[in-house]
Design a protein. Sequence first.
Length: 324
Amino acid sequence: MKLICKTILLGFFLVGTSSCSDSDQQPDPDFIPKNTTNSFLKVNSPVVFIDEAHNNLHKINGRFKAFSQVLTSDGYTVKPSKEKFTLEYLKQADILVIVNALDKKRRDYNPPFGDAFNTEEVEAVKKWVTQGGSLFLVADHTPFPKVSEKLSAAFGFEFSNGHVGDAIFSIDNSTLMEHAITKVNSDSLSDESLGIFAGSIKPINIKSVTNSRSIIQIKTFGGSAFQIPDNAKPLLVLGKGANSLIPEIPFQVNAETPRISMDGWYQGAVLEVGEGRVAVFSEAMMFTSQVYIPTGKKMGLVSRGAEQNEQFLLNVMHWLSGLI
């Protein structure tokens, strides 16, 4: 009976995380962004590359379609990135989004796990950020942290390669941290577009209207967790009771699977590197909207408890683009 109870508890723990790997999970065809006002005009629209060159699970017209819709609603120019990273290539973009990259030719989640990015690509991204680019990096549940660890480690982030459960982050209990991204005030808003990037944005005297608003609660849907470098600023902090299951093979979990406390670990943080900025998250569903086809259940931006997730995404993008 004890073993059965443990198995049942593990099953409940993985309800949110296991759904992330299901092939029946598709982009929400009915999603419409709440945002209706552009922060940017075409003349000063930041160019956002969404990586699709590294066997990514989330793409513009796939599981990250809602993410792209939110950005487009705010005036960003969103493009798929289908080439290996070089400094010259990245100079075409202002913000690079990398979500759940995988090692080359992977068809399942069985180990061993290789590297999604080679040494030259990691060096190119690091140099590009230092010169003024902005990186939005997401590595979800195992094996995504493992295959992206060269890139995350280059900026000082150390991931746990496991599964954590759904979480609610709130200003009230200090799990959602105060930052320009979460506590917006008029003094933090730019009154003109900034030419801080290595890409297409140039210093021009065109006023921008930011849609940034203060955030009091965010919901995540499983994922992993990470530790941050000393100069990073935390956004989402896991509290007591947060655990990570560390299976040898992703999703193959039983009562003997190691469980590690994630108390004090992070699911979101930001970092300034040279002239550039980096935002790191360990869960992808929080930034998009998907539907589980067999049941029709929708998850992500439209979920109960995630009412401010879309605004949080806009705020993160505004920080990366220099508006706040």
